[in-house]
Ligand binder design. Structure first.
Ligand code: GTP
Ligand code: MG
Length: 419
């Protein structure tokens, strides 16, 4: 995708923002950036696909512009008029924007956000063609599907969703999807229920054949204005009015949209404390109120200007005992103690004896165990409630985890004695 710029596809994590016209795609991306980089308007607006590459080292945004006649330009994006003029310029072949999307830290891959034209512009079907063509080239990454809360379920949306669903299926589910329900601020919460709207949208998505969708209600416009305010961007008079109104609305804890989000139950982790179950999300909100986040934020802010891509890799071999693995083995037996699994666990125990296990291997083992543990617990929990057949999946999950652990040990550890 960015090959001509010398960046391999395997080094990119693509986040493609799609929706019907005027749902707020470009506003949403501007909110992530915290600056007006993309054109947003009331009428059909985005006319071409624009990619925004996250580079943690840059301090300003720039555009690489390629014209049809072969001319190339690099432009510093200090004001929005420049990008507005690019959007409607037919002599331009391609644009890539690069800058630091501050809230997103790149890991092994750099995030690239992709703004696409709305798919139902009646004046011109090139918009739909452009977006569909782009989607058809996607093998992995994330489709960020924006739904306009004030008019969901229209026929045009149904067409787009069906198209995307097919693409996800043919990608072998390597392509993920996340739904964002935008413009929730237009609800009069005293009269309309956000929860009811979210339920209807959930049903609508599921009826289109997408299982367990994750759906997050947002106000991209409010978020964008707040971020611009923090970044010291100059707002227009209209924007200042909107800023103040939205601040009134969102400053109260009662207007917390994240509590209406629908996250797949597998993702919605819970912990048991004193015989009671607590959702991790609720705990995270509670942590927010303890003040600790502020301390972490100050530490993070002090680090922001430093190189952010360094990932320390400690090379540390444990050569005396593998007691932490023993703990994991012990826990595995607690999850599902039957004879078949027991035998395999004991076999695993003898497998690790006399081996030197690298700390990074240990981390991978822990992760494999955690995933198996969580999945098994979910199933057991459901089994207790409605005796689901999936119960028989549990030993399979554990056996698979054991296989995975063995593989990790084989690849990442040293054998100190040959048995
Ligand atoms: N009330 C409200 N308006 C919003 C929100 N997000 C976007 N808008 C407005 O909706 C209109 C369309 O926003 P855009 O971001 O241009 O939408 P888009 O999906 O990129 O549109 P196209 O590029 O034409 O497909 C603009 O007038 C935005 O100000 C929101 O969260 N709340
Ligand atoms: Mg747009």
């Amino acid at each position: 995708m960015l090959k001509k710029y010398g960046i391999d596809d395997s080094k990119l994590f693509k986040v493609v923002v799609v929706a019907t016209m005027s749902s707020g795609k470009s506003t949403f991306i501007n909110a992530l950036i915290g600056q007006d980089i993309l054109s947003t308007q009331n009428q059909a607006c985005t006319a071409r696909t624009i990619q925004i590459l996250d580079n943690d080292k840059l301090s300003t945004y720039r555009a690489y512009v390629e014209y049809n006649d072969g001319k190339n330009l690099i432009v510093d994006l200090k004001n929005r008029d420049i990008i507005d003029s690019f959007n409607n310029d037919d002599t331009i072949k391609d644009i890539l924007i690069e800058g630091n999307i501050k809230r997103i830290r790149n890991r092994n891959r750099a995030v690239v956000l992709i703004d696409t034209p709305g798919t139902n512009f009646s004046g011109d079907d090139t918009h739909q063609k452009e977006t569909y063509k782009f989607i058809s080239t996607l093998e992995d990454g994330l489709i960020l599907y924006v739904i306009n809360a004030t008019q969901f379920g229209v026929n045009d949306d149904f067409k787009l969703m069906t198209h995307i669903k097919e693409r996800i299926e043919s990608s072998n589910k390597k392509l993920k999807i996340l739904f964002v329900v935008n413009k929730i601020d237009e609800f009069d919460v005293e009269k309309e229920s956000v929860q009811e709207a979210m339920n209807s949208i959930y049903k609508y998505i599921v009826s289109n054949g997408i299982e367990n969708p994750t759906i997050i209600p947002i106000s991209a416009l409010a978020a964008k204005l707040f971020r611009q305010g923090i970044n010291g961007e100059k707002l227009t008079r209209k924007e200042i009015r909107e800023f103040k109104d939205y601040f009134d609305l969102f400053k109260s804890n009662d207007y917390n949209l994240s509590k209406f989000s629908k996250i797949d139950s597998i993702e919605k982790k819970h912990v048991d404390i004193g015989g009671e179950s607590f959702y991790e999300d609720d705990l995270l909100s509670a942590i927010d109120n303890t003040g600790i986040i502020l301390v972490e934020k100050i530490i993070e802010d002090l680090l922001v200007d430093e190189t952010s891509t360094y990932i320390p890799k400690v090379n540390f071999y444990v050569n005396q005992n593998n007691s932490y693995i023993d703990d994991i083995i012990h826990e595995l037996l607690k999850v599902y103690n039957d004879i078949e699994v027991f035998d395999e666990v004991i076999e695993l125990k003898s497998y690790i004896e006399n081996r030197n296990i690298n700390y990074s291997a240990y981390e991978k083992i822990q992760k494999t165990y955690d995933e198996a543990h969580l999945k098994s617990k979910e199933i057991m929990l459901k089994y207790d409630i409605n005796k689901g057949e999936n119960y028989y999946e549990v030993p399979k999950i554990i056996k698979n985890a054991i296989k995975g652990i063995k593989r990790i040990i084989k690849e990442d550890s040293n054998i100190i004695f040959n048995i």
